[in-house]
Write a protein that binds this ligand. Structure first.
Ligand SMILES: NC(=O)c1ccc[n+]([C@@H]2O[C@H](COP(=O)([O-])OP(=O)(O)OC[C@H]3O[C@@H](n4cnc5c(N)ncnc54)[C@H](OP(=O)(O)O)[C@@H]3O)[C@@H](O)[C@H]2O)c1
Length: 287
């Protein structure tokens, strides 16, 4: 994949040489008569892309010109259906099963994306888990290990592999990483899940630190901190009715949608956010 825009020779005869644009390249829309031909689409990997916020991100990113690799853990059928939706939009798609908390599976996933779609330009570290409400002094070691392994180690493994591919230090051509944090990171979630909150606070720190580490290497890193969003994650925490139950108590008197979070993620991924790095963006309806 070319690292910069290339312009058809017949169009450039009377024009100065094309300037490299900020990376990764993105289609211009609408095209002006002098616009260069569309470049190959940038490639995005969304972890936990089979449903919820991840799936909304996949759909929106595809509409905005990304080719997308959709990672999932169990829900293969949902991931495959979503890949078909992406292809129907004229973009390339692939699905890849991997547990992000397992380093060897993460390495295999990135290699599969390299082979399947080519040079990575974006990563959304979205895969995450909660567990049932409780106090820390009631939580067993297996739960705590799972929380840290999936939510934190998974994001660290994936961010590292993305930097290996995107950073100019490693011969890459730049890119953008968006990590999914949570307002729990600043609220702490006492009595419900301080383990989850702590894992998400670490995501905030990862985002700020890594952004500074790779800022001069063409890689931007940001985090999105959703509030209460209507997805299946609440059911997996034993509260399928959580969104409906708490809606009236929230500042906007409603929960958010996965699409509303995806809008922020996809903006941060793209060239419209070219000077935004190390940011933590609350998408929480003022919560
Ligand atoms: N919803 C909210 O209110 C909310 C609020 C703040 C932050 N967030 C964060 O936003 C992110 C997405 O949340 P969501 O509500 O969309 O969650 P969700 O509906 O429960 O979906 C979770 C996704 O992550 C995948 N996943 C789970 N464990 C995985 C693992 N070990 N390896 C790979 N993939 C895995 C699932 O795959 P399968 O479909 O194959 O199981 C699914 O695609 C999470 O990081 C979450 O912490 C959510």
């Amino acid at each position: 994949m070319p690292s910069t825009w290339t312009v058809n020779a017949t169009m450039t005869d009377s024009l100065p040489p094309p300037l490299p644009l900020p990376l990764p390249p993105f289609p211009l829309s609408p095209l002006s008569p002098l616009s260069p031909p569309l470049p190959e689409a940038p490639v995005l990997l969304v972890t936990g892309g089979s449903r919820g916020i991840g799936a909304a991100t996949v759909r929106l990113a595809a509409r905005q010109g990304w080719d997308v690799a959709i990672n999932y853990l169990h829900r293969q059928a949902e991931a495959e259906r979503l890949a078909d939706e992406v292809r129907a939009l004229g973009r390339r798609a692939m699905t890849v099963a991997a547990d992000v908390g397992d380093e060897s599976q993460v390495l295999a996933m990135f290699e599969a994306v390299d082979r399947g779609l080519g040079r990575l330009g974006g990563l959304v570290n979205n895969a995450g888990v909660v567990d049932v409400n409780g106090r820390l002094d009631e939580m067993d070691g297996a739960r705590l290990r799972r929380m840290v392994t999936v939510n934190l180690l998974g994001s660290l493994y994936c961010a590292r592999e993305a930097v290996h591919r995107m950073s100019t230090r490693h011969g890459g051509a730049g890119g953008s990483i968006v990590n999914l944090s949570s307002v729990a990171a600043r609220l702490g979630s006492p009595g419900t899940y301080v383990d989850y909150a702590a894992s998400k606070a670490a995501i905030d720190t990862l985002s700020v630190g890594l952004a500074r580490e790779v800022a001069a290497e063409g890689v931007r890193v940001n985090a999105v901190r959703p509030g209460i969003i209507d997805t299946e994650i609440h059911a997996s925490g034993g509260q399928p009715d959580r969104a409906a139950r708490v809606a009236a108590s929230l500042p906007m008197q409603r929960v958010g949608t996965a699409d509303e979070v995806a809008q922020a993620i996809v903006w941060l991924l793209g060239s419209a956010a070219s000077y935004t790095s190390g940011a933590i963006l609350d998408v929480s309806g003022a919560r």
